[in-house]
Design a protein around this ligand. Structure first.
Ligand code: NAD
Length: 340
């Protein structure tokens, strides 16, 4: 296992198998220099345990970078529950997971992620206090969308010199919790939308409500537009899609958008401005962390508004150094995290 941990400097990996509920879960804690690790619980199918471990590590690292760039006193962690292929009892499974989180005594705080909702967080809450985004605490997705909107405005201003989103064309991939709210905000700001989702009912709803144009999920990358906004799953900016994109800006909510670091370099070479994912999508973490600590709404909003300012700094540094924004953001995050 250490060969998985060393390259990404992840500090702990915790495994739990519960024979009664069938729970197979992994908690990855990347770094706790600035506080306990906070990050969502992903509940999806994995082809292998190795794939689940790799996902947990990559996501945990992203959370450390996200927290440090957002100025949140939280470390980075993430958990994955391998979704069973056979029938299971969700109550028993998430209860067992709640006990697992509790055993770490607050070193890791869980939250929602792909495949989990406030309902599962409520089950977990019965067994541990170290959980956010329960029904009582609220869904962080609106805060994530708010930060992404501010980030898109900042990227459009930097690359296209436009101060408003009126008439700006956006190809939006993924109309889930964040994507649908973002589509609504973009529509209200006057943007023209092309959308895709694997679920056609969501596409239909966006067409009806926001006058969006539908795109096939496989061809959305080729849509001529000002902004491509990935709000589905990660790894969508890769060797193939970087050549297909016909946009000026990539800015969306998905975690781990770049399949490999080199893909950030290709975007730069193609003169596409990339808003680093862990900077632009920090709104949900800001909300979850500060709300959990009973902070005032004004502080939450000011931290979310600061996302645009951090991006401006990254864009300016990358322009003056003539290098990819992904490299500038990594360097800033690592210097804050490791003190060099
Ligand atoms: P979600 O599961 O509610 O929505 C994802 C949507 O994307 C679904 O509707 C799904 O059908 C669609 N999708 C998946 N793959 C697709 C593809 N190839 N083409 C088109 N559509 C596709 O998830 P969410 O909570 O909206 O989060 C979206 C992304 O943002 C995820 O990567 C998540 O990790 C990240 N993120 C979310 C939050 C948050 O507050 N929810 C915070 C930070 C980052």
């Amino acid at each position: 296992m250490f060969q998985f941990m060393q390259p990404d400097r992840v500090s702990d990996l915790h495994f739990k198998y519960d024979p009664v509920s069938g729970l197979r879960a992994i908690i990855a804690i990347h770094n706790t220099r600035f506080g306990p690790a906070l990050g969502g619980c992903r509940f999806i199918h994995y082809a292998s345990t190795e794939q689940a471990v790799t996902d947990a590590i990559r996501l945990a690292k992203g959370m450390s970078y996200k927290a440090v760039m957002a100025g949140i006193e939280q470390g980075g962690g993430k958990s994955v529950i391998i979704k069973p292929d056979t029938q299971f009892d969700p109550e028993a499974l998430f209860s067992a997971f709640g006990h697992f989180v509790n055993e770490l005594n607050g070193r890791y705080i869980t939250a929602i992620d792909a495949g989990t909702t406030a309902h599962e967080m409520d089950i977990i809450r019965r067994h541990t206090a170290h959980v956010t985004s329960t029904t009582q605490e609220g869904n962080p997705s609106g805060y994530t969308a708010q930060g992404v909107l501010a980030g898109i405005q900042s990227a459009v201003k930097h690359r296209l010199g436009r101060l408003s989103l009126e008439g700006v064309s956006v190809a939006l991939q993924g109309l889930g919790n964040v994507g649908f709210l973002l589509a609504e905000m973009l529509h209200e700001a006057g943007a023209r939308l092309t959308v895709s989702d694997l679920d056609q009912s969501k596409v239909k709803a966006a067409m009806e409500r926001f006058g969006a144009t539908a795109s096939d999920p496989d061809t959305i990358y080729q849509t001529p537009c000002d902004v491509f906004s990935p709000c589905g799953l990660g790894g969508v900016i890769n060797q193939t899609t970087t050549q297909q994109l016909r946009c000026s800006v990539v800015a969306g909510s998905a975690n781990n958008q770049l399949a490999r670091p080199e893909d950030g370099n290709t975007l730069f070479e193609r003169h596409i401005l990339y808003a680093p994912d862990y900077v632009i999508n920090a709104g949900g973490l800001i909300y979850a962390s500060l709300h959990h600590r009973h902070a005032k709404n004004s502080l939450i909003n000011s931290k979310i508004n600061h996302i645009a300012h951090t991006l401006e700094q990254i864009f300016d540094d990358a322009s003056s150094e003539h290098c990819p924004t992904s490299q500038v953001a990594d360097r800033m995050a690592e210097s804050r995290l490791y003190g060099y």
